[in-house]
Ligand binder design. Structure first.
Ligand code: ADP
Length: 201
């Protein structure tokens, strides 16, 4: 059960929505728990899909997680300034992050510091936003990771491997310059391949 990288390292899991990133993060974390490793999982507080203190996949599996507002809050929790792991100051063996694309730029130095300190860091997040552009901190994390897994979903239009997330507003492809968060808008997301991914210019 030792890491193939001889110590701390960074693993990144990416792909579009519905590609199973949360499922894969849950799978890796659950195996670590079975091996009696100490695990802490974090997710941004903005994603309250299904449960505020769990990472949940679209298929219903879940694992306990701390909802945080910033990478600094993760630092504080790991330093033991707030009760986590019953006040232990020792770092966990494994630290997981879901929806990593929504974290601030401080996530990159934090991931590197943890990896240097011997922690196995597992990040799951969207590599591309709805426009098909690199998403936030993800390119930086992908470049620095020891291991990268790109997952695909199933294109809802043709059944091919889907690498993109289609954003629909009132059933129509979103505009390139639409705000990332649209308050009160009738929006939805679908997995699509490159051919069927559409952005209104
Ligand atoms: P992600 O974290 O990448 O959004 P999840 O792990 O939450 O993905 O969910 C993956 C699950 O979503 C799949 O196992 C499947 O049950 C479901 N799903 C819904 N739509 C699709 C699709 N178009 N392609 C693949 N899986 C889908």
């Amino acid at each position: 059960l030792r890491s193939p990288y001889h110590g701390g390292h960074l693993e990144v899991i990416v792909g579009p929505m519905f590609s199973g990133k949360s499922e894969e993060l849950i799978r890796r974390v659950t195996r670590a728990v079975i091996a009696r490793q100490r695990v802490a999982v974090f997710k941004p507080a903005i994603d309250d899909r299904y449960h505020a203190t769990h990472v949940a996949s679209h298929s219903g599996r879940s694992v306990e997680a701390h909802a945080v507002r910033s990478s600094e809050e993760v630092r504080q929790l790991l330093r033991g300034e707030t009760p986590l792991l019953s006040g232990e100051v020792e770092l966990p063996d494994v630290v997981g992050f879901d929806e990593a694309q929504f974290f601030d730029a401080g996530l990159v130095p934090l991931a590197l510091e943890l990896a240097h300190a011997g922690v196995r860091v597992v990040m799951a997040g969207l590599d591309l936003d709805f426009r098909g552009e690199p998403f936030g901190v993800m390119p930086d994390l992908l470049a620095r990771a020891e291991s990268v897994e790109k997952l695909t979903a199933v294109c809802v239009e043709c059944g091919a491997p889907a690498t993109r997330t289609q954003r629909l507003i009132a059933g129509r492809p979103a505009r390139y310059d639409d705000a990332v968060v649209l308050v009160g808008a009738q929006e939805s997301y679908e997995a699509r391949c490159r051919v069927h991914h559409a952005v209104t210019r």
